[in-house]
Ligand binder design. Sequence first.
Ligand code: SAM
Ligand code: SF4
Ligand code: SF4
Length: 331
Amino acid sequence: MTTDQLQRPLRDLRISVTDRCNFRCRYCMPSEVFGPNYAFLPKDEILRFEEIERIARALVPLGVSKLRLTGGEPLLRRGLDDLIGMLAAIEGIEDIALTTNGVLLAHHAEALALAGLKRVTVSLDALDPAIFAHMNGIGAKVDRVLAGIRAAQTYGLPVKVNAVVQRGVNEQEILPLARWAKENQLTLRFIEFMDVGESNAWQMEQVVPAAEILSVLESEFPLSSLPPTHSGETARRWQHADGSAEIGIIASVSQPFCRGCSRLRLSAEGKLFTCLFAAEGHDIRQMIRRLDQDTELQQAVASLWSARTDRYSEERGQSDRPKAEMSYLGG
Ligand code: SAM
Ligand code: SF4
Ligand code: SF4
């Protein structure tokens, strides 16, 4: 098993399949920055499915057993179910998940499930149509996301819902989201607004800390705390007292969890990032296009991971180096 300088194993690979998105969430891809003239990655610089599959396969002996497809909006990548089928066939891959804004999910859920997808995380920050339309930056309708969630459930895909909470924007949605998730027996995660990238004008005052989210939840719901299911779990979790559903908080700002971080990220153009807040990635696209064998790739990734010291969230505020955008890197 490959471990880094802080004895953290490499276990998860998050694969960004595109840097493009059909939303312009203000906290991620504000339209003032990601406008009509924004230079997204050209097609020939994006990894082909065969290349993604080859990288994932090569990383299994180093410890990777869990994959998550993300973006940008991964469902914009044509034929994503083909990629999932290829990844599902890799021996040693135990879990393949997808993070999506859900707006195209109703159309794709059946094919994704048949291809071997194990579960879906749908991002949904508000049920109120006006708040949701404002946050996604394009006026997208919440009903389409709800239809996507229902379709995923129909085809047997376990669904988790992620909601970023931003002060002054959607903290009034905490209880409505919690009620709705409980009624529909969906696992819900609230996420603290993070200082990812350089575009979202993040300010600490806009973070609603986990303790505050929890006290809002406890004002209405009796909750009992759940133990972590595995080391490196990002969410603190609770169970509704009646056992109906689970609820969690990802407190990356107020209670960082770098200590257990086993995640490596692959950008759509083939750069590896050892942290969500890294400034630069390590280009492996040229390497795999040049080489027939994977030995050199495995050695390069093993030495990259062994040298890893990243713990940005624990050091927040101590550095002002630039950071890659989350829509590029993959959430
Ligand atoms: N487009 C897909 C989606 O929204 O689910 C996948 C990519 S998106 C970058 C992955 C996750 O990152 C989403 O749940 C989104 O809410 C979250 N995210 C983006 N910017 C964030 C920020 N500044 N703070 C916290 N979470 C953020
Ligand atoms: Fe797109 Fe997801 Fe970023 Fe929203 S959070 S802009 S849906 S990549
Ligand atoms: Fe992992 Fe970096 Fe996030 Fe810490 S800040 S949990 S090291 S991705």
